[in-house]
Design a protein around this ligand. Structure first.
Ligand SMILES: Nc1nc2c(ncn2[C@@H]2O[C@H](COP(=O)(O)OP(=O)(O)OP(=O)(O)O)[C@@H](O)[C@H]2O)c(=O)[nH]1
Ligand SMILES: [Mg+2]
Length: 286
């Protein structure tokens, strides 16, 4: 496998996104912090060469920063795509292990409105602070058992195809660090094999709908109803776009056919008239 690897880090403020980014890059490229409140306002990317491959990591603003408008933050998180598209990328949903709450499930809903309904098919959950869990007498098996008790997290893990990794970002054992890195890159490689493509038009629809609502819904959270409205509008807009591009494509095809007939029957003057008419007709179907 020689292709490059691209990760986008997403999660709550303080979950350990930047620390995870540094773990992958094996250097302190992103600034970590202890105080509450998201540090970066826009997506930020750094790369490292690992053997023959370039690994790119995109850090994003923390979700649920109590100061900001959530929808504005979502548009900033979406801009992380600009660093990776149109190539395969993998989302790392970063969760602080000691704080498994309902909000992570809600985060998955936000991922869907930012990146589309199938986003979890290319998502790996990263549980950080593995060292904290060890300190309180838990091991990885206990953590997974905890998930079983928490229905919404269990279903989130299922939706992510059971992909997760636990990390101690402060791990000092170089061999353990390398093993974890190897594991997460292998997971990303497996996801890249099943990559279904990058759809610029769909993403611009998702982004536009979120931007539109950011004007009115300035709160730090979205209600279930607001998420449902956004999803519905995104679906409708996407459908409208597909229909209009199909109609435009069919008209253009028909136009080319007619041009052939016109050239044969009445000469170049008809060709010019028809060429002018096609965009006008197509516009009525948009
Ligand atoms: N002990 C321990 N500390 C960690 C771990 N991961 C992150 N931290 C610490 O947790 C704090 C927050 O981590 P960050 O990586 O800055 O969190 P973030 O998600 O980037 O936060 P925002 O940028 O504010 O959204 C920092 O002090 C990190 O050093 C971990 O696995 N173990
Ligand atoms: Mg950070």
């Amino acid at each position: 496998m020689t292709s490059n690897v691209r990760f986008i880090l997403i999660g709550k403020t303080g979950a350990g996104k930047s620390a995870t980014g540094n773990f992958i890059l094996r250097r302190s490229a992103f600034v970590c912090r202890n105080t509450p409140g998201s540090f970066i306002q826009e997506a930020e990317a750094h790369s490292v060469k690992l053997d023959t491959r370039i690994v790119t990591v995109v850090d994003t603003p923390g979700l649920f920063d109590t100061k900001g408008c959530l929808l504005r933050t979502l548009t900033s998180v979406q801009s992380s795509l600009d660093f990776v598209k149109p190539d395969p990328y993998c989302i790392l949903l970063v969760i602080k292990v000691g704080k498994l709450t309902e909000i992570e499930h809600y985060t998955a809903e936000l991922l869907k409105i930012m990146f589309g309904p199938n986003v979890l098919e290319q998502t790996i959950i990263v549980f950080t602070h593995e060292d904290d869990a060890t300190l309180s007498g838990k091991n990885i098996a206990d953590l997974v058992n905890d998930l079983d008790e928490n229905e919404s997290l269990k279903s989130l893990l299922d939706e992510c195809g059971g992909r997760y990794i636990t990390l101690n970002n402060c791990e000092s054992n170089e061999e353990l660090r390398r093993d974890k890195l190897h594991k997460v890159i292998m997971m990303a490689d497996t996801l890249a094999i099943g990559w279904k493509g990058y759809y610029e038009k769909s993403f611009s629809v998702y982004r536009r709908v979120i931007q539109k609502h950011a004007e009115d819904w300035k709160g730090e959270h979205l209600t279930v109803e607001q998420v449902r409205i956004i999803k519905e509008e995104q679906k409708q807009e996407e459908r409208k776009y597909t229909i209009s591009s199909n109609v435009a494509g069919a008209l253009a095809g028909a136009g080319i056919g007619l041009l052939g007939v016109a050239t044969f029957a009445v000469g170049p003057a008809a060709v010019v008239a028809l060429t002018a008419a096609i965009p006008v007709i197509a516009k009525h179907f948009k």
